[in-house]
Every structure is written in structure tokens, then in C-alpha cells.
Design a protein around this ligand. Sequence first.
Ligand SMILES: Nc1ncnc2c1ncn2[C@@H]1O[C@H](COP(=O)(O)OP(=O)(O)OP(=O)(O)O)[C@@H](O)[C@H]1O
Ligand SMILES: [Mg+2]
Length: 250
Amino acid sequence: MDVKGRVIAIASGKGGVGKTVLSIGLAHALAEAGGTPLLIDADLGLANVDVQLGLPAAADLSDVMAGRIALPQAGFAHPAGFRVLPGRSGSGGMAAMGDAGLAAMAALLAEARLQHSHILLDMGGGVAPVQRRLVTMADTVLIIATEEPTSLTDAYAVLKLLRADRAGADARLVANLAGADGGQHVWRTLDTAARNFLGQGVRLAGAVRRDARVPDAIRHQAPLLTRHPNCRAAEDIRALVAQFTLATAA
Ligand SMILES: Nc1ncnc2c1ncn2[C@@H]1O[C@H](COP(=O)(O)OP(=O)(O)OP(=O)(O)O)[C@@H](O)[C@H]1O
Ligand SMILES: [Mg+2]
């Protein structure tokens, strides 16, 4: 495990491609692997990590940022071994976050790095300036995409803006809702565009297969790795986290 926590942003541009599912699954799998992850719901407009997990209301990200509560006391310790810092859905507060808010977020992440092995940021959809600034704070940005052309286009936009904002940023693709090719088509499409137009390709972090157990877990407001620990999507998520837990992790 990293000594100083690694901040991993989960972004996509397009909504509804599996960011929250994968953020929760990655936090869970990292905890299984011996980590001490913190999952932050950084969806600025429509936070819903707590809804997918069926958690009651608690002091949330905006309370920590405003200094109303200390980070270790906010949010929840999930029984699966990770902490969750919920967002506040519909408040608009985070969406309107200016320079002071971004500075508070940077301070929060600096503190979280000292307390957690990994800090996962479940980003909302879109590429508004605040979201762009937030992803540049991450050590690694996982860009989630599916085979849908709209998803690929938006994933490319996220990558392009990230490279413009922070040259050399560590961006990796995760192909979700993948079929038998293990995300190869999604990766080749994005990688080719990135090579041709951005001068640098993109690495494939992994693929998570389409699995009916995923919506089933959401309907039951239970983590996928608890409800269906051995389903194929859970296996894929565990394979994905290995690159962040092995001693040789890059
Ligand atoms: N691997 C998968 N297999 C089957 N269904 C999936 C998979 N990943 C995600 N889904 C489905 O896609 C839907 C959207 O997932 P999720 O809420 O994680 O997306 P999101 O990117 O966080 O959306 P938003 O942008 O609204 O926050 C879920 O309801 C889930 O059922
Ligand atoms: Mg989401």
C-alpha cells in the first residue's frame, strides 16, 4: 500500500455510465485488499453514493469543507471496510464552489492522504470548470466509458481537457458495460483519437463486464461485492484494483 494516500478521480463526462457503481466497487475491493480507502461523493449536483449504499443522512462533504466537522468524524464507516463521505444532493453548493471552495477541497484531500491509503472521488457528469479543477487534484484519473459513441466522445473531451489543464496527468481508461472483447474496441477508439489529436495515447486500466447483478445490487441498496461477491463484474473490479495495491503499483 502507498504510505501517502493516492487520490483517484472517477470521471466520464457523460452521465450514467457507471461512475458511482465503480467508485463504490473500487473502494470495497481496495478495503478487501487491506487498504483503508475513503470514498468521497464529489458529484457536484446530484450526489447519490449514499443512496446506492442505503446510508442515512450524515455530516457530509460540505460540512467538512465549511469547517463544521472534522474529516475523521464526518460521513460513515461502511461495514465493508471503507469510509464514505457523502455529498449533498440538490444543494447546488458544491456546484457553485469558487476558488475558496476548491482551496478547501485541496486542504481536505491533503488531510485525507494522511489518513487513508486511497481517496476515491466519484465525479459527477459534465466538464464544468469546477470539475476540471477537481480532477487535476487527483494522482490518477480513471475515465469511464462504454461503447456508446456519446460516451466515447465525452471520454475524449475529459481526456483532452485534463491534458490541457495538467500535462502529464495520469489518465487511464476503464471500459464499463464491456462485452466479450474486454473493452478492446472502446480502448482502441479512444487511444487512436488520443494519439492522433493529443499526441499521446491512453492506457487501458481494465474493463468491467455488463452484469445483471449490478442493477440488482443497486435496487437492494447493497454494495455489489457484498450482495454478489463472486459475480463477473465484482471479479473485474477486483482485477482493476490490483494495479493500485501491489507493491509494484505504478
Ligand atoms: N457493469 C455493469 N453492468 C450492468 N449494469 C451496470 C454496470 N455498470 C453500471 N450499470 C448500470 O448503469 C446505471 C448507472 O450507473 P451509475 O449510477 O454508477 O452511473 P454514473 O456514471 O454514476 O451516473 P451519474 O452520471 O448519473 O452519476 C446503474 O443503474 C447500473 O444499473
Ligand atoms: Mg453517479
